[in-house]
Design a protein around this ligand. Structure first.
Ligand code: ADP
Ligand code: ADP
Length: 228
């Protein structure tokens, strides 16, 4: 589904964030991306989402070179990708329902579709009773469930989660990992950036480790290492 061919990313200030990265992410995979701060993890996810362009090499999404997409095609790429953030990034003045509905509205969904789909996805993440609540009145774990609901409401083929449990306690984090596993079981590919050693070790998924912009490890059923 996603292929990186010899991808190097050098920012305008001269920082080489990725250095000749080759990576193949297959449909249905659950992949942890690990590595120290500054290793290039966020840059890698930004290249998939076309927030940044490679300096050299190619990023292919379903066979298409992401850098060559026409500007009118970029929204369609982004609609296939759900994003979950460490700091949730919810709209504070909007209710849970409205936060999730907003992601559907921008794709032109009808109000009928929104009324059908939002409760469905809130049920999936375990928030069926919280539709009319503002984010500030939810726990951190619940806020992240809203973030996940918003990310999956358009049925993306890929979910990118950038340290989704970074602000949450271990017990809450495990609950979220069960949710990510369910989403993966339903067929969505998951790319998760994380520093959560216990989670990586317990989940036995593919682990790709970056260091100074290079892939230094790529293991099926991997674990977290000291240097990550
Ligand atoms: P990570 O997500 O692993 O912490 P990043 O991809 O954020 O790593 O950053 C990799 C390197 O690129 C770091 O040295 C960082 O400072 C640099 N970097 C990231 N984004 C930019 C940017 N927009 N402009 C310049 N340098 C950047
Ligand atoms: P994270 O570790 O979550 O990626 P960072 O603190 O590395 O967060 O980066 C926060 C934002 O600042 C990112 O959008 C990144 O691209 C940008 N950034 C990081 N390093 C630099 C830099 N040296 N110059 C300009 N922008 C940067």
């Amino acid at each position: 589904m996603i292929r990186f061919y010899g991808v190097t990313k050098i920012y305008p200030n001269g920082v080489k964030a990725l250095d000749n990265v080759n990576l193949h992410i297959r449909k249905g995979e659950f992949l942890f991306l690990v590595g120290p701060s500054g290793a290039g993890k966020s840059t890698l996810t930004k290249l998939i989402f076309r927030e940044e362009l490679p300096t050299r090499g190619q990023v292919l999404f379903n066979g298409r070179n992401v850098a060559r997409l026409r500007s009118r095609e970029i929204p369609y790429l982004r609609r296939k990708i759900g994003m979950v953030f460490q700091d949730f990034r919810l709209l504070p003045q909007k209710t849970v329902f409205e936060n999730v509905a907003f992601a559907l509205e921008v794709t032109g969904a009808s109000s009928r579709e929104i009324k059908r789909r939002v409760p469905e996805v809130l049920k999936l993440v375990g928030l069926e009773g919280k539709a009319n609540v503002l984010p500030a009145h939810l726990s951190g774990g619940e806020q992240q469930r809203v973030g996940i609901a918003r990310a999956i409401v358009n049925n993306p083929v890929l979910l990118i989660a950038d340290e989704p449990t970074g602000n949450l306690d271990p017990e809450t984090s495990w609950g979220l990992m069960e949710l990510f596993q369910e989403i993966n079981n339903a067929g969505t590919t998951i790319l998760m950036v994380t520093h959560a050693r216990d989670i990586v070790d317990a989940m036995k998924k593919r682990v790709v480790a970056l260091e100074s912009g290079r892939i230094v490890r790529d293991e099926e059923c991997g674990g977290y290492r000291h240097e990550d």
